[in-house]
Design a protein around this ligand. Structure first.
Ligand code: PLP
Length: 480
């Protein structure tokens, strides 16, 4: 069994084993002609169930054959140009190399004595990101598991900075289109049921600053504390970017912590063409960035940045066995002092290798390409009488709905759109997402693959229309 431990005696086994795995994935990527096989839960579950975990196969090749059967064959492949559903990106090769290195060395970024250079690399990337945002000389931050955790930590800092005796009086303002992790965080932070005040959005799905000013004023009048405003720089559904400069002004006026959730829009930090769309982000007290959404990094890779490093102390605890207080005086950099996690992956290495191989401009160029693709997709949709498209994209998302000329019942149109999405998924020809707008069912493309073309978009729109028409035809038959 010791032959399976990775060490100086087993490097040959390590090399051949990982190479075998890489070969399988490479073969898969080279031959996958659809983003998905359309496998159903009922078809796949028995194959997974049938495996007896107490009877190991021992042999890597046999295990990889088995993995083909339970995972690789039917995985949802984000690298495929017709995967258009959620905020998942195809990944860049330097980052995948980073993943292989970081799991083999297995540094843990909680303390210096478990990571050494890893800590310094992470810190340098935090500084790099903070500089790109423009947070100023006192900025700091830490890598996290994802945007959800980044938002939670940011709101924890905001809560502590609000210094209110009674958490029930704290209010957080976020647009109706903000991410649900804002509500989840408020819940986890012990804020009241009413803590998150939803602010209406304009027709472009951006937070209405007039409404925000009104809510902040009411909060003050009611003797409550405006703990934070969450501005979303790239909403999950629409990619809409809240008016950051105006929100910054209101936060200053009412003494509220400004958090910018740029989980999606952070790709603009590297953009060569569209960086100005997030101007004002530099005025934030904290920022969430998800490199695993728009920097083409494998899951997970994310960070929370703060304008004032001192605020990170609200996440600091000292333990004799790990990070005793005296280490602060000794200037030993322990990232655990800034993190909600303890043992923590060296995800920063992926971004490091990406920047060292491709450079930030390389990432920015890829993100610009998907933003341009979305603009072209919008023109296609706006000119297509079969579809209603919601807003012109600020990033790379398109939300639209199939609207057959002959059908007027909105509930029937809802069913046709829902059916089209399901039928497309079952066919495996393309994967698209769905959401609700004004109570009605819509479809969504999240475009993060520079390999996707306008021809792909046009073809998928035809597929959707075909499935929807078929449903409506059958529905007509049922009625008669
Ligand atoms: C995806 C997303 C999140 C959550 O990030 P995870 O990495 O999935 O935890 C938060 N905010 C916005 C705007 C997002 O799009």
């Amino acid at each position: 069994m010791r032959s399976h431990l990775l060490n100086g005696l087993t490097t040959e086994h390590y090399r051949s084993s990982v190479t075998e795995g890489v070969e399988r994935v490479a073969a898969k990527l080279a031959t996958t002609d659809r983003p998905f096989t359309g496998v159903t839960v009922d078809a796949l579950a028995p194959r997974v169930d049938a495996i007896d975990l107490d009877r190991p196969l021992g042999d890597t090749a046999a295990v990889l054959d088995e993995l083909e059967d339970v995972y690789l064959r039917d995985a949802v492949y984000f690298h495929h140009p017709r995967y258009l559903a959620h905020l998942n990106c195809p990944v860049v090769i330097p980052a995948v190399l980073g993943e292989a290195v970081l799991s083999a060395v297995n540094s843990s970024l909680d303390t210096w004595d478990q990571s050494a250079g890893g800590t310094l690399i992470e810190r340098k990337l935090v500084d790099w990101t903070a500089r790109r945002i423009g947070l100023g000389p006192a900025a700091d931050g830490v890598f996290t598991s994802g945007g959800t955790q980044s938002n939670l930590q940011a709101l924890l800092l905001a809560r502590e900075e609000a210094k209110s005796e009674d958490p029930a009086t704290l209010r957080v303002f976020a647009s109706e289109a903000s991410h649900f992790s804002v509500q989840k965080s408020a819940r986890l932070l012990g804020l009241g049921q009413e803590a998150v005040v939803p602010v209406p959005v304009d027709h472009e799905k951006r937070l209405q600053t007039v409404a925000l000013a009104h809510e902040l004023e009411r909060c003050r009048r009611d003797g409550l504390t405006p703990m934070a405003v969450v501005a979303t720089a790239g909403t999950t559904d629409f990619g809409s970017i809240d008016p950051l400069p105006e929100i910054a002004g209101l936060c200053a006026q009412y003494g509220a912590w400004m958090h910018v959730d740029a989980a999606y829009g952070c790709g603009l930090l590297a953009s060569l063409k569209y960086r100005h769309r997030i101007d004002g982000i530099e005025r934030a007290d904290s920022v969430t960035v998800d490199y695993h959404k728009s920097f083409f990094q494998p899951v997970s890779s994310s960070a929370v940045l703060v304008k004032d490093a001192a605020t990170l102390r609200h996440a600091t605890y000292h333990a004799e066995y790990l990070n005793p207080r005296r280490m602060v005086q000794e200037r030993i950099p322990n990232q655990v002092d800034k993190s909600l996690q303890t043992t923590r992956r060296f995800d920063a290495l992926k971004l490091w290798l990406t920047l060292r191989v491709m450079g930030a401009d390389g990432i920015g160029q890829l993100f610009d390409e998907v933003c341009d693709l979305a603009a072209e997709g919008w023109r296609l949709l706006a000119a297509d009488p079969r579809y209603h498209v919601v807003v012109e994209p600020s990033l790379s998302t398109l939300v639209f709905r199939y609207i057959p000329a002959a059908v007027t019942d909105p509930a029937e149109i809802d069913r046709a759109n829902l059916h089209a999405r399901k039928a497309l998924f079952a066919s495996g020809d393309a994967v698209v997402a769905g959401t609700k707008v004004g109570g009605r069912h819509y479809l969504k493309f999240t475009l993060l693959n520079p390999e996707t073309t306008t021809a792909d978009i046009a073809a998928v729109l035809d597929l959707i229309a075909g499935h929807a028409e078929q449903y409506l035809g059958e529905s007509l038959d049922r009625a008669s």
